[in-house]
Design a protein around this ligand. Structure first.
Ligand code: NDP
Length: 278
């Protein structure tokens, strides 16, 4: 039922292999990636490691973290990664593990706030607890970790790059996702606000807004509600892939985007651009 490939799309397997040409784009950069044990976050972790970064992976899912660890050890990359069980929605745990991550590499250069949750339900049925849960994980945790990391980056005096996960839903709403839409819109404006205040300290802050991407989260939502594999409104007529989103994070994390801050990079196959069509 799900399709990611069309005649026009050729996945580039090479990008998930370690570079051997000595031109790694994140060589020696110390990074934290939340929600990095599976889905898009895992793709970002792999992409960063293959470009020479040292990565602390935070995720609440211990089983998936162990699986990732085994994969990376088998690939000879175990030494460049740290695995931290952490529910980013629990402020005390998040602070403790953030400090452990920054201490592991003796500092931090890149933060990716990727962990996120979504539930499809009508606006009128959203219980206060559910609203708070979504805002807490998607927005409050992003705020808390950004603040902790920005403080450390300022102490270091080396600047850095923060990349937050928003969504096309943070720029234009979809029905049944009021809490998710609001949380992701909050991420966009939080990102802009931080970009303005942190620029004098050499810290860039950007967000990425993916459209529909083929991940376990997206599949679960679509199967549950019997939705088509992709929206007809998407001009490219397919789901995006994890690697296509990971590439955007790599660009914003690396020095290639050195004059980019406060931006939201939309990666949605043209979905938002076609808003007036139907
Ligand atoms: P997945 O559910 O596939 O992966 C998310 C990972 O984050 C899982 O390992 C999950 O653990 C973990 N996680 C969830 N909540 C927490 C938490 N409180 N603390 C720590 N880890 C947590 O999601 P995707 O890869 O699809 O999505 C990643 C991000 O991208 C999210 O922010 C999402 O909103 C955003 N996004 C996704 C799109 C899509 O089409 N897939 C489109 C636009 C944005 P567990 O297994 O326990 O849930």
């Amino acid at each position: 039922m799900f399709t990611t490939n069309t005649a026009y799309y050729k996945p580039n397997e090479a990008i998930f292999k370690k570079r051997s040409d000595g031109k790694m784009r994140l060589s020696g950069k110390r990074a934290v990636v939340t929600g990095g044990a599976r889905g898009i976050g895992k793709g970002i972790v792999q992409r960063f490691l293959n470009e020479g970064a040292l990565v602390s992976v935070m995720d609440r899912n211990e089983e998936d973290l162990k699986e990732l660890q085994a994969e990376l050890v088998a690939a000879g990359q175990g030494e460049s990664a740290q695995f931290l069980v952490c529910d980013v929605g629990l402020p005390e745990q998040l602070e403790k593990q953030a400090i452990a991550a920054m201490d592991r590499w003796n500092g931090i250069d890149v933060l990716v706030n990727n962990a996120g949750i979504a539930f499809r339900e009508p606006f009128l049925d959203i219980a206060p607890d559910r609203w708070n849960q979504v805002i807490n994980v998607n927005l409050n945790a992003t705020f808390q970790l950004c603040q902790l990391v920005a403080q450390r980056m300022m102490q270091q005096g080396t600047g850095g790059s923060i990349v937050n996960m928003s969504s096309k839903n943070g720029l234009s709403s979809s029905a049944m996702l009021a809490h998710y839409n609001a949380s992701k819109a909050g991420v966009v404006l939080l990102t802009q606000s931080m970009a303005v205040e942190l620029a004098p300290h050499g810290i860039r802050v950007n967000s990425v807004a993916p459209g529909l991407i083929d991940t376990p989260l997206d599949r679960a939502l679509r199967i549950k509600d019997n939705l088509p594999p992709y929206s007809d409104r998407t001009p490219m007529k397919r789901l995006g892939t994890i690697e296509e989103v990971a590439n955007c994070f790599l660009f914003l994390a690396s020095d290639e985007s050195s004059f980019v801050t406060g931006s939201t990079l939309v990666v949605d196959g043209g979905h938002l651009a076609s808003a007036s069509e139907n």
